[in-house]
Each structure stands twice: as C-alpha cells, then as structure tokens.
Design a protein around this ligand. Structure first.
Ligand code: SF4
Length: 228
C-alpha cells in the first residue's frame, strides 16, 4: 500500500491537474452558487482524512457531532465508482441509489463552503456551462464528465484499503472510529468509461497527469504501485 503522506501528495497533484484542465472550459459557476451542494456528495476515506485534519487544526471537529452529520438510519450498501464502472463494463445491470439525499450539505453556510480548501473531488467536479439554479440540471461540455469520472476512479484506486461513501457518512464514521460501518471498501480501477469520441478530449487530462512526478516517480507508476 502506498504510504498515506504520498497518497495525499498524489491527491493534491490530481486536484491540480484537474483544475488546470477544467480551466480550459468556461463555466457559469460563481461563488454563491450552491445548487450542487447536497448530502449526496461522495468521497473516499483518503479525502475524509484531509477534511478531518483541516477541522482538527481549526478546532472545529465538534461540528461533526451536530445532528446534520448523523448518517441515515436506513443506509444501504452502494456501488463505489469503481464497482459501478466494473459492472457496467461487464454488461451487468447496476442498481442506482434509490433516492439521493438532496438536502443541503452541512458544510454549506450562507451559500459558501466551510471546508473549501479540502472539499472532496466530488465537489470539485461539479460544473455547468449554464446557470443550473433554476433547472437544477448541470450542462457539461463533451468529455468533461468522462474525464472527471476517470479521476474519481483514480482517487478510489489510490485509496487502496480505504472506504468510499457519502461525505456525511464517512465523516460520521471517521469521527467515531467506525468508518467500516458506513463505507464500502474501495476497489481498483477495472477500466475506464470513456467513449471513443471522448478520447481526444480526455487524453490531455490523463496523459498530463500520468507524466507528473510525485516523490521521484511518475503518477502512472504510482497508479501501478497502488494495484492490490
Ligand atoms: S463540502 Fe463544500 S463544496 Fe462540497 S457540497 Fe459541501 S458545501 Fe458544497
């Protein structure tokens, strides 16, 4: 398993590569837009560790005891990103979550994110070419969702031995030391969901990220090293 400090360096490198790629699009998203900030945001325990450290450093860890952070009593086992993609690639039918929890994210305060520097990738990828406040539907440029989904898969793959769930549930688990009760085990990349006509759009993101160096090795080498 890749040591945790290096996993965090890899995560920061991935965030940076994604931000650079996403900046080539013109999105309507502005500070104060918060339609996408719901309790259905998902993440890995690697990202959760970063949030826990941020809250501890700011003396805010007690926030996690608030009722808003209590996970649903009727939680069901869900597909992680990689188990969902694996089933899809094998041609198996995949059960979607029955009802997403679209109540506001507990970190949303006055339309601003209370953990912005450490928000998970599931938040960073939300974007829309048009304002989605009225319709609630985001319009994404071609290839954007495929590239973002590939990076969701990379993060889960790098967090080998970790957990995946909604941010609210994982933080509840991390806060009480019961993360295994709330999260699903992370899975390695089974392949990517990139359509043939999306390859040329997504390749600059993936190839650029693979070539980056982290602690003396390329990102691509670290992806290999994370294979179980
Ligand atoms: S963590 Fe921040 S960006 Fe993510 S859903 Fe919550 S308020 Fe929005």
């Amino acid at each position: 398993m890749i040591p945790r400090p290096i996993q965090h360096l890899l995560l920061a490198t991935l965030y940076d590569a994604f931000e650079q790629w996403a900046s080539t699009f013109t999105f309507a998203c502005r500070k104060g837009c918060a339609t996408c900030c719901t309790r259905s945001v998902t993440m890995t325990s690697l990202e959760g560790d970063g949030i826990m450290a941020f809250l501890a450093e700011a003396g805010r860890r007690s926030e996690l005891a608030a009722p808003a952070f209590q996970p649903a009593a009727n939680r069901r086992v869900q597909c992680t990103t990689n188990t969902f993609v694996g089933a899809h690639l094998r041609g198996e039918s995949v059960e979607e979550a029955e009802s997403w929890d679209l109540r506001p994210c507990p970190f949303l305060k006055e339309e601003s994110c209370g953990i912005y520097p450490v928000r998970p990738f599931g938040c960073r990828l939300f974007a829309s070419l048009d304002s989605c406040a009225a319709s609630g539907v985001a319009e994404m440029p071609p290839g954007y969702l495929a590239g973002a989904t590939a990076l969701l898969q990379y993060i889960e793959h790098l967090d080998n031995g970790g957990r995946w769930s909604t941010m609210v549930e994982l933080l509840a688990g991390l806060n009480t030391g019961q993360v295994d009760a709330y999260g699903e085990p992370t899975a390695p990349i089974p392949g990517l969901l990139i359509a043939p006509d999306e390859h040329s759009l997504v390749e600059p993101l993936l190839q650029g990220l693979h070539a980056r160096t982290v602690n003396g090795q390329s990102f691509a080498q670290w992806l290999q090293a994370a294979r179980p």
